[in-house]
Design a protein around this ligand. Structure first.
Ligand SMILES: Nc1nc2c(ncn2[C@@H]2O[C@H](COP(=O)(O)OP(=O)(O)OP(=O)(O)O)[C@@H](O)[C@H]2O)c(=O)[nH]1
Ligand SMILES: [Mg+2]
Length: 347
């Protein structure tokens, strides 16, 4: 049996250890933040790993890091999403677009959101090989998709990864996402400009395009417009132009532009950069750029709160037991999913 004095000194020692480790964490986070602000890409990679972590015990650290970097956002950053079905040429397009931007003096970060990575083992190899030149540029940072997606973690982490890239001095952030599932809708809410890549000729069903995705786009690019494909791509572009003409005016007061491009020949890339420039001119003139960002920030807060609440609740041991019991009832058909979720929430 420990004496009273013994247990008291043990408690003091434990408390001191806790304070020491908190200080060590704080120190590590401070130096990580400083290295990131010094534009060390290795620090940026480590910081993204921290915010991508699905371990709830890493949350306080992530919070500390983001708080330290809060005032270091890039004043003139541009966040651009590129979506389209697998194989439409997103990575190849980004490589060429990114290299052109670097030539113009920009610093470019590429983040990939790939909901299919869980199934296929990821397009990491594809990302690396399709962006060979960009990958070795000092002014580019490429982050392939995280390997697993739990509790919407991939999308959650991507918004924060954008902020970290900006703090590390990247002014153009390109987010590549496969346009077949949920991911592109959440990516739309993280970027300023959203671009849809299509292939000439194939109808919407063939392209696996979800309803509504075309309406979300600011710029539509009919891609791989080279060799024998040029004519077909032009036809597809004009069909989309006609269809988009019938849509109501966009919130930003801009016209959705439809162009053809090839990342093999480079045709259409100048036109693409002009389209982006025109959009930014319109949006900075009418205030839409800033208002869209403000709205995105407040929506992100709600979505983080939802994730954290869920995580907090599901990680309680009792709560997990209740979850397992209710989920068995749902699986066996004894209970509806809504009632079970309701009961769990109120448990
Ligand atoms: N002809 C032609 N082929 C292209 C063009 N761009 C890309 N490709 C080819 O299309 C294939 C797919 O290119 P990626 O850039 O990997 O496509 P992706 O959309 O990033 O694919 P995922 O990341 O797997 O969704 C590759 O074989 C490219 O060489 C283009 O402009 N013209
Ligand atoms: Mg790709």
């Amino acid at each position: 049996m420990p004496t009273n004095n013994q247990s008291k000194s043990q408690a003091i020692e434990a408390a001191q250890e806790r304070i020491r480790s908190n200080r060590a964490d704080l120190c590590d986070i401070t130096s990580l933040a400083n290295e990131l602000l010094d534009r060390k890409s290795e620090a940026l990679a480590r910081a993204i790993t921290l915010i991508e972590s699905n371990n709830p015990s890493d949350r306080p650290q992530a919070h500390k890091l983001l708080s330290k970097l809060r005032d270091h956002g890039h004043p003139n950053s541009l966040r651009l999403g590129i979506t389209g079905i697998p194989g439409v040429g997103k990575s190849t397009f980004i490589e060429r677009f990114g290299l052109d931007l670097i030539d113009e003096g920009h610093r470019v970060a590429v983040l990939a959101v790939d909901p299919s990575s869980k199934r296929t083992g990821g397009s990491i190899l594809g990302d690396k090989t399709r962006m060979e030149k960009l990958a070795v540029s000092d002014n580019a940072f490429i982050r392939p998709s995280p390997a697993a997606d739990t509790l919407g973690g991939v999308a959650r982490a991507t918004m924060e990864a954008i902020l970290l890239c900006e703090a590390a001095g990247y002014n153009i952030i390109l987010v590549e996402t496969v346009g077949v599932g949920q991911s592109e809708t959440s990516v739309r809410d993280m970027v300023d400009v959203f671009c849809l890549l299509l292939i000439g000729g194939a109808g919407d069903e063939v392209q696996g395009i979800k309803r509504g995705i075309v309406e979300m786009a600011d710029i539509v690019v009919v891609h791989k417009a080279d060799g024998e494909n040029v004519g077909e791509c032009r036809d597809t572009a004009s069909a989309y132009r006609n269809a988009l003409h019938l849509f109501p005016e966009t919130e930003g007061g801009n016209k959705v532009e439809v162009i053809t491009a090839s990342s093999m020949s480079g045709d259409g890339h100048d036109e693409f950069r002009s389209c982006v420039g025109r959009l930014l001119d319109i949006w900075s003139g009418n205030g839409f750029f800033e208002s869209q960002r403000s709205l995105q920030r407040s929506e992100r807060m709600a979505s983080h709160a939802k994730d954290l609440l869920f995580e907090n609740k599901i990680n309680g041991i009792r709560s997990q037991e209740v979850w397992d019991r209710l989920s068995q009832s749902v699986e066996s058909g004894e209970m509806s999913a809504f009632s079970a979720a309701w009961e769990w929430m109120n448990s």
